[in-house]
Design a protein around this ligand. Structure first.
Ligand code: HEC
Length: 148
């Protein structure tokens, strides 16, 4: 599923690089051509399987993108790990984002909360795009799954 991230397009050049390295680049035309064909076939396969196996994956949040927004805008209150264990977080008694109480909510509920705010929690609907909010939700899920 992660493989079928909506930014799958970015992975295409990586495939090419890995291939080029693996083949030790004998610089003749046949080799270059076959590399190109393999690359094309691979990208078609990746794109194809994403479309077939995971329709709707395009709109899914990216935890990686969510992390940078979280670190910049949320960590001061929620702490880098989501625990709320920062000076601000402690003074505002922010909930642990990794806790069951937070994690049991649906993606839509968490997204709505980020969009509209709640109590001392600022609203972000006018600052962040829907995609950025989905990315944050994906990252909050990742934080939740990392808690031991
Ligand atoms: C100024 C401090 C502050 C900042 C910045 C902040 N939050 Fe919060 N957040 C809070 C507080 C306080 C609460 C508890 C709100 C309540 O329950 O009254 C909260 C609650 C939450 C909750 C849900 C808690 C629940 O009740 O389920 C989520 C999810 C959340 N914040 C995500 C974020 C995200 C994502 C960002 C960054 C875009 C962010 N917060 C930025 C203070 C902050």
């Amino acid at each position: 599923m992660l493989f079928c991230d909506y930014r799958y397009g970015e992975s295409a050049p990586q495939i090419q690089v890995r291939q080029a390295g693996g083949l030790h680049m004998r610089r003749n035309t046949v080799n270059k051509l076959s590399r190109r064909v393999t690359f094309l076939a691979l990208s078609t396969f990746v794109a194809g399987s994403c479309l077939v196996l995971a329709p709707g994956a395009w709109a899914k949040g990216s935890a990686k993108a969510g992390k940078s927004t979280f670190d910049a805008k949320c960590a001061m209150c929620h702490a880098m790990n989501g625990s709320g264990n920062s000076p601000m977080g402690k003074s505002m008694r922010v909930p642990d984002l990794r806790s069951k109480a937070v994690q049991k909510q649906s993606d839509a509920e968490i997204a709505g909360l980020i969009e509209n705010g709640k109590g001392m929690m600022p609203k972000y609907g006018s600052q962040l795009s829907k995609q950025e909010i989905s990315d944050l939700v994906a990252y909050i899920r990742e934080l939740g799954s990392k808690k031991k």
